[in-house]
Design a protein. Structure first.
Length: 277
């Protein structure tokens, strides 16, 4: 797996979770179309000046579709990460119905989403459970993608940061300081809405969250911590918020493969990032 480069420049990252919107056949068609369209897209893979892929791109299908999705994406000229929407916190044992992080790693997963607001609301996922899952993901060689976000809309940035820290602080304190970690800021009040949170709010909260993370865990290199924005993220947003986040975690706005790939290119182009790669 490509690591985050040394130095101050954090590698950008864009991806999508299909949740349970698509059935198996539609998921595989989507993965096939993404892979094929990426071959034809004039700006894919998203390349830096030396021709290297400058943005990491991930796709998270349902559990049943992971293996075939990975096979389809490997046929593309772009290096796609395949991920999972959840995992259990133990590698093996008598845990009926759960999915082992060891198994996810063995079938090619490179990133695993945990802590989503829906998991918390519908299935009782707690901050402590998210910590254990993050540890399991990391020890199996994958990247934890930890979702976080305040419940209630407010202009008070500090209140939002304090609520967010309760959700992610345990993960930051318990993972090895040099372990790759991705945080996805998704204000709960913005998920599924027509419009995302305001650019000013996103940048203010994510900059403050990053500062707190690095202040609380002084051993963690800045480049090992990437923050994405989700919560009704879509095309045209990243150029307004790149000063606060390293990429986007897309939902339904990525259901069209062409829009998904065009958004990857938007992330590459924002703020003259590609010129510094």
């Amino acid at each position: 797996m490509p690591g985050i480069p040394a130095g101050p420049m954090r590698r950008r990252l864009v991806g999508t979770s299909l949740k349970m919107y698509f059935d198996h056949a539609k998921t595989l068609k989507y993965a096939h179309d993404v892979a094929e369209l990426a071959k034809q897209h004039p700006r894919m893979p998203p390349s830096g000046p030396a021709g290297e892929q400058a943005v990491d791109v991930f796709l998270i299908p349902d559990f049943v579709s992971i293996v075939q999705t990975n096979e389809l994406l490997q046929n593309s000229t772009t290096d796609f990460w395949v991920g999972a929407q959840d995992t259990y916190d133990q590698d093996a044992g008598a845990f009926t119905g759960e999915v082992s992080p060891r198994t996810l790693s063995q079938v090619g997963c490179r990133i695993v989403e945990i802590g989503h607001a829906e998991r918390r609301r519908l299935f009782g996922e707690t901050n402590e459970w998210v910590v254990r899952k993050a540890q399991a993901i990391q020890r199996n060689g994958m990247v934890p993608l930890v979702c976080f976000g305040e419940l209630t809309q407010s202009d008070n940035v500090q209140l939002a940061v304090d609520e967010c820290w309760e959700q992610i602080g345990g993960v930051l304190r318990t993972l090895p300081a040099d372990a790759e970690l991705v945080l996805a800021y998704e204000p709960v009040w913005a998920i599924g809405k027509e419009h995302p949170a305001s650019a000013e709010h996103i940048v203010a909260v994510t900059q403050a969250v990053r500062a707190k993370c690095l202040a609380e865990v002084k051993e963690r290199p800045d480049a090992s911590l990437r923050i994405l924005y989700g919560g009704s993220a879509g095309p045209g947003l990243y150029a307004k918020i790149y000063e606060g986040v390293d990429g986007l975690f897309l939902g339904r706005f990525a259901h069209r493969p062409d829009v998904f790939l065009d958004t990857v290119v938007e992330v590459l182009d924002a703020g003259n990032y590609s010129a510094h790669e």
